[in-house]
Write a protein that binds this ligand. Structure first.
Ligand code: IPM
Ligand code: MG
Length: 355
């Protein structure tokens, strides 16, 4: 087998949508081996921890990780935050697997453009947010309470090397697209942003085929609504990327259909990554075969693109999804109404279209 994929389907609709992603991967490539493990609330219930050592070890030994979704109301009340699925599984997966480069494409499916809450210009929206994922205020130390709990402290910390490596990845991605990067920061206020800008400028000089400009984050939030078509690759730090990627995703009108990749350094020549839909675990509709598997299947396509370096298969899948949507096949979340198809049937339709 050429590739080993760790499948951690997680909670809520995670397992059902991930099942369709695995079916599609099996359909387009015969050389992927899948191994399953528990994560999130499902892992907490079975083992007492949302990220068991066994799961982390499996992920470490794999070439890629396919993640469904974690969390749900059942586990929100766990008193120790480190045992809750989001903080106890998602954040440690990111840092332990060194997944510092979060790739979040925001592209409108043509058939769904009218669901965008903004009037899209002629350029529509087709951009990628490159979000730094293992540094900044999410992980900075100290992070604590003082003054009898009355003072809370989070630290925003970046080292030059962290900015360098995410910028390097952004440059690689930009090279496969229109070679334009907008680096987003708050350099008029934050010291981390001034370092960020310095490093990005240095790297831009050394990569003169890429055009790099800077934008302040508040302006970027506004520009995304005004004219999202002006952006190609947005490079930014962890928290700004969290916020801007939600905004960009909403503007596509395809919010629930978007995938993401979290990439590390290349491992044995291939890029190691974790691939997951950006939607959550949707516990209210779990187990009913009505969730939309497209975001999970698009995440599988990203796995093919980045880890398997098989852009052709990735594009084949994207085009098949586009044709299925063009033909009017809809799950309930995207306006299927009375004729909505289920999770498995959407998977069937995409596989049939792949031929
Ligand atoms: C995301 C989510 C996470 C984040 C949460 C669940 C910790 O919002 O992946 O964007 O803030 O990174
Ligand atoms: Mg978020």
């Amino acid at each position: 087998m050429a590739f080993k994929v760790a499948v951690i389907a997680g909670d809520g609709i995670g397992p059902e949508v991930t099942e369709q992603a695995v079916r599609v991967l099996r359909h387009v490539r015969a050389d992927i081996e899948f191994e399953h493990a528990l994560v999130g609330g499902a892992a907490y219930d079975a083992t007492g921890h949302p990220l068991p050592t066994q799961t982390l070890d499996l992920c470490r030994s794999a070439d890629a990780v396919l993640l469904g979704a974690v969390g749900g109301p059942k586990w929100d009340q766990i008193p120790d935050p480190k045992l809750r699925p989001e903080v106890g599984a998602l954040l440690p997966l990111r840092s332990e697997l060194n997944l510092y480069a979060n790739v979040r494409p925001a592209k409108a499916f043509k058939a769904l453009v009218d669901s965008s809450p903004v009037k899209l210009g002629p350029n529509g929206i087709d951009l990628i947010v490159m979000r730094e994922l293992t540094g900044g205020i999410y992980f900075g130390q100290p992070r604590e309470r003082r003054d009898n709990g009355n003072l809370a402290l989070d630290s925003m910390v970046y080292h030059r090397s962290e900015v360098e490596r995410i910028t390097e990845r952004a440059i690689e991605v930009a090279r496969t697209r229109s070679k334009r990067i907008v680096s987003v920061d708050k350099a008029n206020v934050l010291e981390t942003s001034r370092l960020w800008r310095e490093v990005v400028d240095e790297m831009a000089k050394a990569n003169s085929d890429i055009s790099v400009s800077h934008m302040l984050v508040d302006n970027c939030a506004m520009q995304l609504v005004r004219d999202p078509g002006q952006f190609d690759v947005i490079l930014t730090e962890n928290m700004f990327g969290d916020i801007l990627s939600d905004e960009a995703a909403m503007i596509t009108g395809s919010l629930g259909l978007l995938p993401s990749a979290s990439l590390s350094d290349p491992k044995e020549g291939t890029v190691f990554g974790m691939y997951e839909p950006i939607h959550g675990s949707a516990p209210d509709i779990a187990g009913q075969n009505c969730a939309n598997p497209i975001a999970a299947i698009m995440s599988a396509a990203m796995l093919l693109q980045y880890t398997c370096e098989d852009t052709a298969s990735a594009q084949r899948i994207e085009m098949a999804i586009e044709r299925v949507l063009d033909s009017g096949v809809r799950t309930a979340d995207i306006g299927g109404g009375a004729s909505a198809v289920g999770t498995r049937e959407m998977g069937d339709a995409i596989i049939a279209e792949l031929g």
